[in-house]
Design a protein around this ligand. Sequence first.
Ligand SMILES: [Zn+2]
Length: 99
Amino acid sequence: MAQRWMLLGRFQTLGEAELLVAALAKEGIGADLRGRHAVAIEPEPVEVWVQERNAARANAVLVGTQEAVVEKESICPRCGEPSPASFERCWKCEAVLPR
Ligand SMILES: [Zn+2]
């Protein structure tokens, strides 16, 4: 029984693609990374492929991860300023941000 695969998305970094693959795996959706071997040599987009029967669910996961990235920020417990979630300390008052 041949499985049909479709391209879910292209990512500039392997990290972004792996984040999506991990999110898909959590939903029980198997994904295939393509093009990762080229990344080490030159920056080529990494492709995430899923089986066609999982396409609709996979797309929902993709949208969910993109929203999560956009909304990911830490609110400073001291001054209330939002900082990117990657920051360990508030950009404004340097209080340690909650994880
Ligand atoms: Zn602060």
